[in-house]
Write a protein that binds this ligand. Structure first.
Ligand SMILES: C[S@@+](CC[C@H](N)C(=O)[O-])C[C@H]1O[C@@H](n2cnc3c(N)ncnc32)[C@H](O)[C@@H]1O
Length: 379
């Protein structure tokens, strides 16, 4: 059995590990992700199904290489023919730390040549065709230990397919899913995002509640092509994973729908454009969510109990101070959402305290180099 690696923003690894545990997979949490035992078909299934990771990688192989010759032997031993796609553009990403092979450009050139060599004659080339998509190969070199992995998604997994329109500061869809997981919201009570922007949190929630995959309208995954290459008889495969997987079938949804899609999910925003965008995104995702045009000062609890998951504005030009928006949010929560659970993003404790003095940080993670906190208000 080979290995998979689920990538996530540093700080959110436990959230991804918990989702993997739901599939019966116990992984090893390391900075930036979770490593687990799986064959290629399982990794492909997870890429098409999981909500929280930003990438799923399948390790083609690993080994020690102290020279470019040794690297060549390792590279040539991997099962390229089953996994590389003739019509895809190959993108190689190399990270190297404390290694004798630390010169990335040299490694990249050597790898490209070796892979070209390894691909030779393996596929019937489709001449004149433009690459259909990008296939991403990741090479990680740490102290002469080389790990070569393929990205099962091809494109990052927050790209679900339905959010073709977004506002100015959208949260990535998989991060919205992480927030829902941190709030332990499972679709059995109401969900409300009063700063809904492009509708990301409510739409992710509606798909989760309906037990539907997060990907609606996405243009495929790199792993759709795995196993379609033609293995060349008689060629040795020393260190790589084999045999090639059959293209995996789309799995059945894990849990039965708990509520009808969107029935208990709500969103609002004070910008008309945000509501229009949210409605259009929800239509593309195939969920019905009532989005309302409301200032946060006007929000009302749509149910007696429920969960608020939201990312309030930050660093936007609002005409009013952001501090004031956070303070209004907190006041309305205390007045009208007494028995609700609340989870929100804030850049720092000072801003979080504007909402309520009883806030507690649930987790801190890095988003685009910036540190962001997920906060909850304790009753
Ligand atoms: C950071 S964005 C939310 C992004 C959203 N999660 C998404 O993925 O698109 C903050 C949103 O808060 C809205 N907003 C700002 N001030 C508001 C207020 N006083 N009342 C309601 N919405 C407000 C903005 O219009 C913006 O859409």
């Amino acid at each position: 059995m080979g290995h998979g690696f689920a990538v996530i923003h540093p700080g959110l690894e436990d959230v991804v590990a918990a989702e993997l545990a739901g599939f019966g997979i116990e992984g090893e949490v390391v900075p930036g992700g979770v490593r687990f035992s799986a064959d290629a078909a399982r990794v492909a299934m997870l890429a098409r199904t999981m909500r929280t990771p930003s990438q799923l990688l399948y390790e083609l192989g690993s080994g020690t290489a102290r020279s470019s010759e040794a690297l060549g032997v390792l590279i040539r031993s991997l099962p390229w023919r089953e996994f590389l796609q003739p019509q895809a553009e190959l993108k190689i990403e190399i990270t190297s730390r404390a290694s004798a092979l630390r010169f990335k450009d040299t490694v990249s050139r050597a790898l490209t040549a070796m892979i070209r060599d390894a691909r030779k004659g393996a596929f019937v080339p489709d001449r004149g065709q433009r690459p259909r998509h990008v296939q991403v190969l990741q090479v990680r070199i740490v102290e002469d230990q080389v790990t070569v992995s393929l990205d099962a998604g091809g494109d990052l997994l927050h790209k679900r397919g339905w959010r073709t329109e977004a506002g100015r500061a959208p949260i990535r869809e998989n991060l919205a899913a992480c927030m829902l997981a941190l709030a332990e919201w499972d679709g059995t009570d109401a969900l409300y995002d009063p700063f809904c922007g492009a509708g990301t949190v409510p739409i992710e929630g509606a798909l989760l509640a309906a037990g539907r995959p997060p990907f609606q309208g996405r243009n495929g995954f790199a792993c759709d092509e795995w196993g379609k290459g033609k293995p060349v008889a008689g060629k040795a495969r020393a260190g790589g994973r084999s045999p090639a997987p059959a293209p995996p079938a789309r799995p059945a949804p894990k849990a039965a729908p708990k509520v009808a899609s969107g029935q208990m999910v709500f969103g609002s925003d004070h910008q008309a454009q945000a509501i229009a965008t949210s409605n259009a995104n929800a239509r593309r995702a195939g969920v019905t969510v009532p989005f309302r045009l409301l200032d946060v000062a006007e929000m009302q609890a749509p149910a007696v109990v429920g969960t608020i998951v939201t990312n309030p504005p930050y660093g936007e030009r609002l005409g009013v101070s952001v501090d004031e928006v956070y303070a209004t949010f907190g006041r309305v929560l205390r007045e009208r959402f007494g028995s609700w659970r609340v989870l929100f993003l804030a850049p720092d404790r000072r801003m979080a305290l504007k909402v309520d003095e009883r806030v507690e940080r649930v987790v801190q993670f890095k988003n685009g180099g910036l540190s962001v906190g997920v906060w909850t208000v304790l009753a």
